[in-house]
Ligand binder design. Structure first.
Ligand code: FRU
Length: 454
């Protein structure tokens, strides 16, 4: 969360001077989106975050309408932020790319040469009004960035730029396009490599639903494929959602010094009701996730450091569940759960969290449909709905990891093969956990820890 007010996209996720840094889209003056600043957090373990002074404010002619999303990279011992300046001249919108630099990772100076890319650097037909969210990386001593853009036909596209020094950029190709088929504008692109596969991530505005996929208003998707940095072109193989839940947008990744690919996303959705606004704030980040590629699909699971904060383990050894099982000792609103389910003769089996009179959040496995579902229709205040992801059992079993943090539920299936993230707004007393099986008997076990982040 921000210290106060509104937050959205994670920005500038990186490691610098012995700490992880996470910046974010921030409007400190109200619980609504407004002229964007970059809020700033640092951490040594990706779980406990410390608030730092606001890093960037909209105070220059080239970013006066807002300091929009971007990324970070270290060069010669200094931290460079690359962000979009949003300019609104009485309804005429322009977006340009700018740089800010820091010696200490806390105080940033905007470069005198800003903007480093403006409309004159756009390929023919691309809109100067939709040109944002640069994600920078280095390859073989050359800097690259992918940037979101809109083509003349309205289609979303990702552009590639190349630079020797982070200050001078040249257009190097159109990486991929939505062709007005995979959503409208593509926001917050990210490009990275896992093994010998390139992964392109975009957040697609109004991506049409396709079965169980893309059921939110906007969807963050990944494409596996091959990137040609010389030609500036990406050839796509597979495409899927990064998260099958309700509240997940604008993810950004970084490569940790130990080689792990880490991801964090805004845990919210544009245009969803946000009951926390009555309390002066809105928006939070997901837990940081480790990203791997297995059998051609992205897997995401909570960063391993989170396990250090597990306290007071409670174990429910394998039990036959038919109907309800409400272990008295398993409750809490800030908990980490591991559940195994062998559905046996049941048609549905799963777990209910944040349960109290008239309230429950249900995560279940439906045998006939072969899906894990997340049902928030009776979760309390806020929007309802159901999301489903296809899942295959492993040796007849399903493994769920469920992270509950007061108003958020993050579900990881079979070691991260699928993830479902959603916000729910239960009463403070709704803290019970129940196992359930319908239509027969299931074998289930559970381990629960309180998560205590001091
Ligand atoms: C994505 C986004 C970005 C933009 C930022 C503005 O959620 O729309 O494209 O830079 O939010 O806050």
């Amino acid at each position: 969360m921000g210290e106060t007010g509104w937050i959205n996209d994670p920005n500038g996720f990186c490691y610098f001077n012995g700490r992880y840094h996470l910046f974010y889209q921030y409007h400190p003056y109200s619980a609504q989106w407004g002229p964007m600043h970059w809020g700033h957090l640092t951490s040594t373990d990706l779980v406990r975050w410390e608030h730092r002074p606001v890093a960037l404010a909209p105070d220059e002619p080239y970013d006066r309408g807002g300091v929009f999303s971007g990324s970070a990279i270290e060069k010669d011992g200094r931290l460079y932020l690359i962000y979009t300046g949003h300019i609104d001249d009485g309804g005429v919108i322009r977006q340009v790319q700018n740089i800010a630099v820091s010696e200490d990772g806390i105080r940033f100076a905007k470069c005198p040469g800003n903007p480093v890319i403006d409309a004159s650097g756009l390929p023919k037909g691309a809109s100067p009004a939709d040109f944002r969210d640069p994600k920078v990386f280095e390859h073989d001593g050359v800097y690259y960035m992918v940037v979101a853009s809109r083509a003349a036909d309205g289609s979303g596209q990702v552009l590639l730029y190349r630079s020797p020094d982070l200050l001078h950029w040249t257009y190097a190709g159109t990486v991929a396009r939505s062709e007005n088929r995979l959503g409208e504008m593509w926001e917050c692109p990210d490009l990275f490599r896992l093994g010998d596969t390139d992964i392109l991530v975009v957040s697609a505005i109004h991506l049409p639903a396709d079965g169980h996929r893309h059921n939110n208003l906007h969807s963050s998707i990944y494409m596996t494929g091959e990137m040609d940095l010389q030609q500036g072109r990406f050839v796509m193989k597979e495409l899927d959602d990064l998260d099958g839940g309700f509240d997940f947008y604008a993810p950004q990744t970084m490569r940790a010094t130990d080689g792990r690919r880490l991801l964090v996303a805004w845990m919210n959705m544009w245009e969803s009701p946000m009951p926390t606004q009555q309390h002066g704030w809105a928006g939070q980040m997901t837990v940081v996730r480790e990203v791997t590629l297995q059998d051609g699909r992205l897997h995401t699971c909570p960063v391993r450091e989170l396990a250090r904060y597990r306290r007071r383990e409670v174990v429910v050894p394998e039990t036959v569940v038919e109907g309800e099982h409400l272990p008295e000792s398993v409750r809490g609103q800030q908990i980490d759960l591991e559940v195994t389910i062998d559905p046996g003769s049941a048609s549905e089996a799963g777990i209910r969290v944040l349960e109290g009179p008239g309230e429950e959040t249900v995560i279940g496995y439906n045998v006939a449909e072969g899906v894990v579902y997340f049902d928030r229709n009776r979760s309390g205040e806020g929007p309802g709905g159901m999301r489903k992801v296809p899942v295959t059992l492993r040796d007849g079993r399903l493994a769920l990891r469920v992270l509950v943090d007061r108003i958020s539920v993050e579900v990881f299936v079979n070691g991260g093969e699928r993830a479902l993230t959603g916000l729910v707004y239960p009463r403070q007393e709704s803290d019970r956990v129940a196992l359930f099986a319908r239509g027969g008997a299931a074998h289930m076990s559970l381990r629960k820890w309180d998560i205590a982040v001091p």
